[in-house]
Design a protein around this ligand. Structure first.
Ligand code: CA
Length: 227
């Protein structure tokens, strides 16, 4: 899941970006409203965390530009303003939820999960593909009942593959949703991480789940045939 954070206070921005990174999200940071809008129009985000008091363009203006462009990206507003009028203005402008600063990181994570569970995004928190099972809340992966330890990046990659099981995903799609703008730009990194996942998912007697679709990308499927 790829998240854009628009926040101008360095300490808060670092707190959020570091925590989300450790939780397996791909995170980009914009430090003013104008660059936030540029990022949003340039990339495909699964969620926006938006501060209200921002230089250049405030959060409410960013939000109204975003919705006018027809983008339905879920938006969680982070605000120091906690009057009822402020909250109503944020929700009226198209925010899906808001969180008043200061907040506990665990609450931020819970709000993010709730937003990402809302339709049209996937509602399931436990995913199954063949003998593979992932609990996205407990961050556990099991293959034929055996726990598999994954790094945060591997987990994010596998979750994306499982949420799009039986569909061919291009390297570009995988890079966009699993990596952020720090992405090295060399799609070999995607291949390398697919290799890591294959090795970890391989258990004697279990079939290959990640299929290479030559010249295109990858498909996660419990069905054995290769394309
Ligand atoms: Ca601010």
């Amino acid at each position: 899941m790829r998240v854009l954070v628009v926040e101008d206070e360095p300490d808060i921005a670092q707190f959020i970006c570091q925590g989300l990174g450790e939780s397996g999200y791909a995170v980009d940071l914009a430090v003013d409203g104008l660059s936030g809008l540029d990022y949003l129009l340039a990339a495909n985000y699964d969620l926006l965390l938006l501060d209200i008091l921002l230089p250049k363009l405030d959060g409410l203006q960013v939000l109204s530009h975003l919705r006018k462009q027809g983008l339905s990206t879920p938006v969680l507003v982070l605000t120091a303003c906690d009057t009822v009028e402020d909250r109503i203005r944020g929700l009226d402008a198209g925010a899906d939820d808001y969180l008043v600063k200061p907040f506990a990181f665990s609450e931020l994570l819970a709000r993010i999960r709730a937003l990402l569970r809302r339709p049209p995004l996937q509602v399931d928190t436990v995913l199954y593909v063949g003998t593979l099972q992932m609990d996205t809340l407990r961050r556990e992966v099991l293959r034929s009942g055996q726990a598999i330890a994954l790094s945060p990046r591997e987990f994010t990659l596998l979750e994306y593959l499982m949420r799009h099981a039986d569909r061919v995903l291009t390297r570009t799609q995988l890079a966009e949703h699993v990596w952020n703008f720090d992405f090295p730009g060399d799609f070999k990194v995607v291949d390398v991480y697919i290799g890591y996942l294959r090795r970890k998912l391989a258990r004697s007697g279990d079939s290959e789940l990640i299929h290479t679709v030559r010249g295109v990308g990858y498909r996660l499927s419990a069905m054995a045939e290769d394309v």
